[in-house]
Every structure is written in structure tokens, then in C-alpha cells.
Design a protein around this ligand. Sequence first.
Ligand code: 13P
Length: 251
Amino acid sequence: MDKVIAANWKMNKTASEAQGFMARLKELFDGAVPEGREVIVFAPFTALEATARSAGALGWVQAGAQNLYPAEKGAFTGEISADMIRSAGAGIVLTGHSERRHIMGEDDKTVASKTLFALQHGLKVMLCIGETLEEREQGLLRNVLERQLITAMSFDAGLLSGHSFYVAYEPVWAIGTGRTATPSDIAGAHALCREIMRSIAGDEAFSIPLLYGGSVKASNAGEILLLDNVDGVLVGGASLEAEQFSKIITA
Ligand code: 13P
């Protein structure tokens, strides 16, 4: 499986800044396609169309959205539908990011309904899971990962086909803190995730890309990507500059 290198720009970049980033990425790779890599950029809604257009021109980057609302259309002020995301040119969406869970108050049930809705409406999904420091210190890692995965993956296994579903393990205490989980923390949590995913989806679980996120940068990406059960990285802060992100793509 190609390693998945994903940028989550969070609430950063206007449409023209996104275009500038993509133009710089194009220059940095100078016509070459990074080998063995699947590259995704999760852009904010207002930069999604510009990102998708530039990504399409480049040919090896996919554009993704950071959130969606689980209804086709209607009176949901401020929300964005799956159809709108697809019509902006994006084919994948994040669900359950820790900032949505912990700042916006999304619970497992909401994350599950967004995940199912997106899959049923033609979007691929990258489901984010991960424990807080308090939960880890209380020995609740397995419970949290089981609860988050089992609730969000309560969909028909048929929806897993066609490389449509990804999981990103992002320990909350390692996000934006500069505190990267150690290689053994990551390998341990990823083995646990794979085991839980297997109990839900059987052998199909081995074809679900499992990414790590939390203070990934050019200097640690190579080591993380070599760990067992790590199929990619989801990068926040270090994905904002094309130079740094390009080094993570080639790490
Ligand atoms: P940082 O890479 O800034 O820690 O963010 C990780 C993240 O939340 C990616 O989704």
C-alpha cells in the first residue's frame, strides 16, 4: 500500500494562499510524481475549490474537506453538505478530528452519523480517533479507541470497499503541542487500532490505511512511516509550508 501523506490545514489559508502553496509544491517536485505516496490536502471550505482545481492540474494530490453536515440539504445555517463538497472538487472528508470533538463538542454518535452519511454520499472518509492525556494516564487507551472505532464503523462492510475509508490515530496530547508520541507509543496504539478494526471488519481491516497524526514534521516523519501498522501521517502545523510538507512527502 502507498503511504498516505495528508495535510490538515485546519483554519488556515485563503483560496489564493492555497493556490500559492500548490504552485510551490509543483515547483518543488518539478514535474516528478512522488513514488509510493498518496497525497491529500484537507483545506478549509473557502479554499476547497481552489485547492481541488490546483490539485487536479498537478495530478497527484487529492483535495479533501475538514467537516460536513449529515443531511442532503435544508435549514442548517452555516453547514456544508456532501454534495457541496463533491461539487467543489473534493472527494474525501475528515470526521471526528479531535478539535471537532473537544472544541466543537462532537460526540461519538455525531461522528458516526457524519461518517456513514459521507460514505453513503460518494465521499471517502478519514476518521480521526485518539485519547486525551487524562484517558491515557487512567489506562483507558483501549476503551477509548474501541468506543470511538466501534461507534464510527457501525456501517455495512460493503462501504469499506474501493479504498474509501481511512483511520487516523491522533493522540490529543500530541496535537499542536510539539510533543510527539514515542515510536513505541505509536506502534502500540496502532497495533491496538488494527486489532479493534479487525474485530469489526475482519481481514478488510488490513486494507484500511491507518495514519498517525500529532506533531509530525520533516525530522520525524521518516522514522514514524517505518513503524509497523503505520500507513501514513496526518500533518497539521508542518503542512502549512510547501517546503516542509514536500520533505514529509519524500521522507
Ligand atoms: P499538528 O501536526 O499541528 O500536531 O496537528 C496534528 C493534527 O491535528 C492533524 O490533523
